[in-house]
Design a protein around this ligand. Structure first.
Ligand code: AMP
Length: 192
């Protein structure tokens, strides 16, 4: 199963991706996680990406397509994967189609989590509070200023990605405002 989870920041992609990892026994490929690991490691990519990420902007297509291209060639991604946070631009979606085509692979489904944008800031604030309560570290971009930029990047650059997949009949929309279990059931129904 090769699957994409689409949706604005705070829509619950990560939560659903983790559940699907267990259910389908395939890896979650999160470009955000990979980039944060690169920043933590102080690699070339990490150094280039850090300031843009902290401000809530998008890292270049070239960098993220490079990371994903490498990752989907790994052994553990052979029987499928869940893309979380990629693609975020139409150019990335086209590059992904090209990468998969080269390997004779096809996307099975793109699931878009539809959410009420007004509720997202409250969700992000709750996520930060829960992380602190659990003794964790809050992401550098989980603050109101960076969040506004992330949402703007989503509207301007990622929303057209839904239309790209809808045109080729690969998109299923799910109500991301419903309780987690209801969202999960709707995703499972879309994948069945
Ligand atoms: P995320 O964890 O998916 O919210 O990603 C965190 C940050 O990493 C984003 O705000 C971007 O700066 C960067 N990022 C992650 N994935 C991508 C992508 N596909 N294209 C561009 N930037 C990305």
């Amino acid at each position: 199963m090769k699957l994409i989870l689409l949706g604005p920041p705070g829509a619950g992609k990560g939560t659903q991706a983790k559940r699907l990892v267990e259910l389908l026994n395939i890896p979650q490929l999160s470009t955000g996680d990979m980039l944060r690991a690169a920043v933590a490691a102080g690699s070339d990519v990490g150094r280039k990406a850090k300031a843009v990420m902290d401000a809530g902007g998008l890292v270049s297509d070239e960098i993220v397509v490079g990371i994903i291209g490498e990752r989907i060639r790994s052994d553990d991604a052979r029987s499928g994967f869940i893309l979380d946070g990629f693609p975020r631009t139409v150019a990335q979606a086209e590059a992904l189609d090209h990468l998969l085509e080269q390997r004779g692979l096809k996307l099975d489904r793109v699931i878009e989590l539809k959410v009420d944008e007004a509720a997202l800031l409250a969700r992000i604030e709750r996520r930060a509070a829960e992380t602190v309560a659990a003794g964790g570290t809050v992401r550098a971009d989980d603050n109101p200023e960076a969040f506004k930029v992330r949402l703007e990047a989503y509207r301007a650059q990622t929303a057209p990605v839904s239309a790209y997949y809808a045109r080729s009949g690969r998109l299923s929309a799910v109500d991301g405002m419903a309780p987690v279990a209801t969202v999960a059931a709707a995703i499972d129904a879309a994948l069945a």
